[in-house]
Design a protein around this ligand. Structure first.
Ligand code: ADP
Length: 269
């Protein structure tokens, strides 16, 4: 009888545990639904109107009808909404990546196209900041396998930072080249801005890490950009690194291994 009592108690305990597990899993399901709803809300209610605002500002600027004062206002509208859109995109991407729904595709990419697209997005920001934006693609750069959209987001984030942390009169360069010894393809974003101290160079890739975040910061931002850049690079099997000197500038390098380059001579065989 003692055994039956023990068994009954054990059974009761198990039932209680199962009940609380059920409550917990119902709660989790609800929370994840809330998260999903929130994400699609942010996507539709914030991203869509912001994109229209940017387009409208661009149309107003392109029309050439605005006087100097008006142009300044439109440029400000375009800049602020692009920055906001960038932050929203980063937040959505971080949430997606946490939800395990970050899909990576492998397409044949022309890095020249990616640089041209980035130039289109960053150009207005650079003009606003009075920073010169340069681009260069070496003639021997092969096509590579990767995710076009992720590569674009990498360049967008690195380029936005480069412009943001460079004083007016500075230079930001986007370049693609082939490293002689390894034949890896290097996509680099460099600036001659404020630079990053040695001890911070690892940490800037952590989520929410910002240099000087404890003191009053003059630069805006969320601290998510570089965390995403790293996630995107790693997801495609690419390397990511930074070289920087305080007060001199920074160079961020995305390394695409030779194995990810498209070799047409091999395909013909
Ligand atoms: P944020 O939204 O703050 O730009 P990031 O993750 O993109 O977030 O960058 C993290 C931090 O790394 C920045 O806040 C800044 O302190 C530093 N940083 C990033 N890029 C540069 C750069 N090109 N020059 C100097 N500092 C940089």
């Amino acid at each position: 009888t003692e055994r039956t009592l023990d068994l009954r108690r054990a059974n009761e305990e198990l039932a209680a545990q199962r009940d609380s597990l059920e409550v917990l899993s119902a709660q989790l399901a609800k929370e994840s639904q809330v998260k999903t709803d929130l994400l699609s809300m942010v996507n539709h209610e914030l991203r869509t109107p912001l994109t229209s605002i940017i387009t409208l500002a661009q149309i107003a600027l392109d029309s050439g009808n605005a006087d100097v004062e008006e142009r300044k206002s439109w440029e400000e509208v375009r800049k602020s909404s692009s920055v906001l859109l960038g932050m929203i995109n980063n937040m959505l991407d971080i949430a997606r990546s946490d939800a395990g729904s970050m899909a990576v595709s492998s397409e044949i990419m022309d890095l020249g196209d990616i640089i041209a697209t980035a130039q289109g997005t960053l150009g207005p920001l650079a003009i606003n900041a009075r920073v010169t934006l340069k681009t260069s693609v070496a003639p021997d750069v092969p096509l590579v396998y990767g995710d076009f959209e992720k590569m674009q987001r990498i360049l967008e984030n690195l380029g936005t930072n480069a412009v943001k942390f460079t004083a007016s009169g500075g230079v930001v360069a986007l370049s693609v080249s082939v490293e002689a010894e390894t034949e890896d393809v290097l996509v680099q974003v460099s600036d001659n801005g404020i630079g990053i101290a040695e001890e911070d160079q690892e940490r800037i890739f952590e989520r929410f890490f910002q240099v000087d975040s404890s003191t009053t910061r003059i630069y805006g931002g969320s601290g998510l950009g570089l965390a995403l850049v790293r996630e995107y690079a790693v997801a495609q099997g690419f390397g990511i690194s930074v070289e920087s000197e305080l007060g001199e500038g920074s160079t961020f390098t995305v390394r695409i291994p030779k194995a990810d380059t498209v070799d047409f001579s091999e395909e013909d065989e």
